[in-house]
Write a protein that binds this ligand. Sequence first.
Ligand code: OOG
Ligand code: MG
Length: 255
Amino acid sequence: MSKSILELAKHLDSAAINADAVPQISIDQELSIADAYKVQVASIDQRLGRGEKLLGYKMGFTSKAKMEQMGVNELIWGRLTSNMELKDGAALELSKYVHPRAEPEVAFRISQDIPEVLTEADIPNYVDAVCAAIEIIDSRYKDFKFSLEDVIADNCSSTGYVLGEWLTAENKFDHLSISLEVNGEVVQSGSTDDILGNPWNSFLEATRIFKREGIELKKGMVLLAGAATPAVFLKAGDEVKTTCDGLGEVGLLVK
Ligand code: OOG
Ligand code: MG
């Protein structure tokens, strides 16, 4: 590798800060998947060093629709930090992003530190609330194009998230319709079944992967399950809304 992990991390961090589209790093770098996650961690460390807090994680490519849209078919995960959180109904300032897209998701709130790989029966002990969510993804790579290694290094495109009202976690998620609306028109629609068969599978899969990787899911953290549908580019003036049956809605305004 011609550049170190830290150099790559700083490169992607500054691309994010300056809303700059950069060439894919895998074009002239040999990068393994493990290296790519090291770059991700080091780039998040840059943010934490500036005083941001680690608030949770996001799962990616948990639906066929997303895999097909981006041409990647491996499950991935990224980190959520405090600067990424937007309040429900808040404005997203387009000038701070490269080419942001929104996608409809659901989120889990972790109610106690998760020490081990969980099974379905454990869920009520570790998740106390779920909600409808929007994830803002904004690849730092030109044309929103990347290899698996590129996107992992770039925090799996994660840039922002909006959470709806937390509801008790009794929700079974079976066959719930979930959609993304822009300016009152449904532009993407799917089912919670599209997320690994059921969003709880994304949560359980996260506990399996994170145990293996030594990542701690802690009390109060948020986990995004992954988008049920392809993502949609945002433009100034857009009013964006995710609605999920039984979970209500969540929105943002693009300025
Ligand atoms: C990568 C992120 C994928 C999801 O929900 O599947 C993701 C991307 O599409 O740029 O967040
Ligand atoms: Mg996502």
